[in-house]
Write a protein that binds this ligand. Structure first.
Ligand code: ZN
Length: 87
């Protein structure tokens, strides 16, 4: 089952401390942590593109089934909601 993320690209508005859809302006989330909001917001805003790039590059470089310890598979599973972490 494919995850249904809000479509990218996303952007971070440092004045309102929100991550939003570039196309519609709809807010994805508010970034509240003092001192790191700018960096956190930029990282969150890059998430859809990071996810797609990681998935594409991983597909190119893994010709066979990955071993259970593959970090990229674990990260992709986390992003897709199938990872071990539920919190
Ligand atoms: Zn893998």
């Amino acid at each position: 089952m494919e995850p249904k993320f809000s479509p990218g690209p996303w952007a971070y508005d440092k004045n309102n401390k929100t991550v939003y859809l570039e196309t519609s302006g709809q807010i994805i989330c508010k970034v509240n942590r003092p001192n790191t909001a700018l960096d956190d917001g930029n990282l969150i805003a890059a998430s859809p593109e990071l996810y797609e790039a990681l998935k594409d590059e991983h597909k190119k470089h893994s010709q066979v089934k990955c071993p259970d310890i593959c970090k990229i598979c674990k990260i992709l599973e986390k992003a897709e909601g199938f990872g071990e972490s539920t919190s």
